[in-house]
Design a protein around this ligand. Sequence first.
Ligand code: NAD
Ligand code: TYD
Length: 376
Amino acid sequence: MPLLRNILVTGGAGFIGQNFVHHLLSQPDAPRIVVLDALTYAANPCSLEPLIQSGRIEFIKGDITDLAALEALFAAQGFDSVAHLAAESHVDRSILGPDAFIQTNVVGTYNLLKCALADWNRRKILDTARFLHVSTDEVFGDLTPQEPAFVENSPYKPSSPYSASKAGGDHLVRAFIRTYGLPGLITNCSNNYGPYQHPEKLIPLMIIHALQGKPMPIYGDGLNVRDWLFVGDHCHALLEVLRRGQVGQTYNVGGGAERTNRDVVSEICRIIDARFASDVAMGSRFPASPAAKGKSSASLITPVSDRPGHDRRYAINGGFLKQALGVEPREDFQSGLRKTVNWYMENPAWWQRALSGDFGLWMERNYGSREAAAKP
Ligand code: NAD
Ligand code: TYD
């Protein structure tokens, strides 16, 4: 049985990491939690600030590519578990600048594996310690519309520098498990959505642009399919795998909600339009939104040129996780999306903080030439 009393959460200031920390703290037997995060552009940890101030978690700003700092951290903290979520996570950024992805997702993961193994060997706790490596379904490449969903032993066939670097990390974890007896587990999940997701990703970007009256850019024909997993369901699955998963095993975590990008964006527009129609206060809060003037948000949808190497379809078969641990998604996509849209409507201060800094430069870099290319 794992101890799970003193956990290191890497990347705990990011989207899934923050949600995972809250999920851990909601447990009656919550462990001591140390968050290690480099606070890259992707971090926006407002929700952790009260937890840090009240001493419910400890926060350490640090980079997993810094081996010496990691060694000192493990020596000082006595961790019995690691949930490894720190990563460079955005496919478009990996296309325009892959170096950081190799450093964090491959080298950083390798550093963590080395430190955890050495520390747990020294303390002779390999039987009760756990290393959970959080990965993605993108390592399996993409599917045609007819192919069956990914299973745990689907071949690795990554398409982007992001997914290739995540695949590299997964291979290292598996090698440490088999060669050195590291008590590791791997999860490969589908696209997450929910509160605290950075505005660079599809769902938050579309919500925020609809509220700001800005173009909603859909790549290519918009018929690429993703399987959407509500972040709360993902966090539940991660904790159950940590608690009850079999060491050495991979678990696929799916949302059971395959949708084309067009369908997702249309649904976001419908939810926003309906909220503005039923709540007059929304118009004064987001006056630039078409919905504030009684128009459909869908008028902002703008097809732009495609992402290079764009994966056509991802789908996860979550049957093994359900059979082995009884874990399956509980949130239905319609209600999960409504909760997510409502969260972004209620928390503009959070996403305005994420839009400050260099985000405008990123938008120009990623979308500037796309928009030009899409014009007739
Ligand atoms: P995110 O980009 O929102 O957050 C990543 C966090 O890692 C940020 O807080 C960032 O500051 C931190 N970080 C980055 N480089 C670091 C470094 N070198 N050292 C320490 N911290 C560093 O990512 P997310 O969406 O929360 O994803 C978390 C994990 O889940 C990642 O491993 C990702 O590959 C995986 N995943 C995400 C999704 C998804 O849909 N979001 C889907 C499948 C898998
Ligand atoms: P994204 O949220 O970047 O996740 P991933 O690429 O890891 O699946 O994108 C989800 C889908 O939405 C993907 O098919 C790319 C597409 N997309 C757009 O059409 N427009 C956008 O502006 C973004 C960010 C993504």
